[in-house]
Design a protein around this ligand. Structure first.
Ligand code: NAD
Length: 361
């Protein structure tokens, strides 16, 4: 059984480890946010380098006027995983998160689930680790300064991933809601980054070698116009991740070398939905395996059009499962019906009825 990483006896395989939000917060604190980002990045690198092995499909999206609910499945032949995730930009006004998620890993051999986890926090960690991993391959050498436009839920994770994985030292913040930037500054206090709050996108990008856009708006927005983007920068655009929801002016795309996760999904959801269906893009995994060139010169604008792909969630869940033995931060969920005789599912209910009668319940 390839994925029983907790080495349970077969009599306990009906009990599925469940990582709650409370467990996840404790795991992050036990391991440390930056260590966890680097750990997830290592798992991502492993999985991106064996990309061809995986089942891949654009995520299955159910759109509504206010948002989207999506399922993101994949498998490497031994382990199957999926994430449930929503995206509802109007939620924050009602005191709710824009993005929430949970995910499952299962053993392909038996089909039994081996992990159920909250993934709202884990998604922020994996998104930041993926962004920083892409930047490691594409950013100008020795980059020290990143502009971050959109300072909501993802922002601190992004800042810390770029610090620990790419060596970024300075962050220049801009958000249309100045309270969001203030929150980001408070949360990152003492983390070793030098942080400046800016009054406009234009000011935020000044002197930055990397520009991250992580805003949330259900429209074709123009967070960056062409004149704001100087030659040689790396753009990490993660907020445009849905049909009809983009962040960059089309002219920026036409000046950039564009790197994506899985083209069939990114053409539906990413910045490149603004371009022709056959517009040439490069796949990040091929840059990582050395099959495709990443940054080739200092003047080149590289754009990671990140929408979030199922394999990244798979890597994050795989990392998490490997941490459970040491941290012990999970509860066993009685999630799989387990009759003594596998064909006697109905009899299991009858035996429960008899037990209740005996005990007068
Ligand atoms: P959030 O709602 O918590 O934060 C978004 C922030 O953007 C808010 O503070 C808002 O004030 C700001 N904003 C909106 N319009 C702006 C503009 N024009 N200029 C500057 N700031 C602006 O959302 P979040 O959870 O941080 O997510 C950010 C975006 O990232 C969302 O669009 C989400 O769908 C996307 N996302 C992408 C991935 C991925 O893998 N690519 C993963 C998670 C989230």
């Amino acid at each position: 059984m390839g994925v029983d990483m907790l080495h349970k006896p077969s009599s306990e395989l009906n009990l599925v480890p469940f990582v709650s939000v409370d467990d996840m917060m404790k795991i992050v604190l036990d391991i440390g946010v930056e260590n966890m980002l680097m750990g997830i990045c290592d798992y991502l690198e492993e999985d991106f380098k064996r990309w061809e092995l995986f089942d891949k499909t654009p995520r299955v999206a159910s759109h509504s006027n206010e948002g989207v609910i999506e399922l993101m499945p994949t498998s490497d032949g031994e382990v199957y995983g999926f994430k449930y995730v929503n995206g509802h930009p109007k939620n924050t006004k009602e005191g709710l998160q824009t993005v929430t998620a949970f995910g499952v890993l299962a053993d392909v051999d038996t089909g039994y689930p081996v992990l159920l986890s909250e993934m709202t926090i884990l998604t922020a960690l994996r998104t930041a680790a993926t962004s920083a991993m892409a930047a490691k391959y594409l950013m100008p050498k020795g980059s020290k300064t990143m502009a971050m436009i959109g300072n909501g839920a993802q922002s601190e994770f992004q800042a810390l991933a770029f610090k620990s994985i790419c060596g970024i030292e300075n962050i220049r913040l801009y958000d249309t809601d100045s309270a969001a930037s203030d929150k980001c500054i408070r949360n990152l206090d003492g983390c070793g980054l030098s942080i400046v709050k800016c009054d406009s996108e234009q000011l935020a990008v000044e002197g930055a070698e990397i520009i991250t856009t992580c805003t949330a708006d259900k429209q074709y927005a123009t967070i960056l116009t062409d004149n704001m983007v100087g030659s040689g920068v790396h753009i990490n655009a993660i907020g445009g991740d849905c049909p009809g929801k983009t962040e960059l002016h089309k002219d920026i795309l036409l000046r950039s070398d564009i790197f994506v996760e899985y083209p069939p999904q990114t053409r539906i959801e990413g910045e490149i939905q603004q371009l022709e269906d056959d517009y040439p893009v490069k796949e990040l995994w091929q840059v990582m395996t050395g099959d495709v060139e990443g940054r080739t010169n200092e003047k080149q604008i590289t754009l990671f059009d990140g929408v979030g792909f199922a394999i990244e969630d798979f890597s994050a869940l795989r990392y998490l499962l490997d941490q459970l033995k040491d941290t012990g931060r999970y509860q066993d969920l009685d999630m799989v019906a387990d009759p003594d005789d596998p064909r006697d599912l109905f009899g299991m209910i009858l035996r429960e009825e008899q037990r209740q009668k005996r005990e007068g319940a």
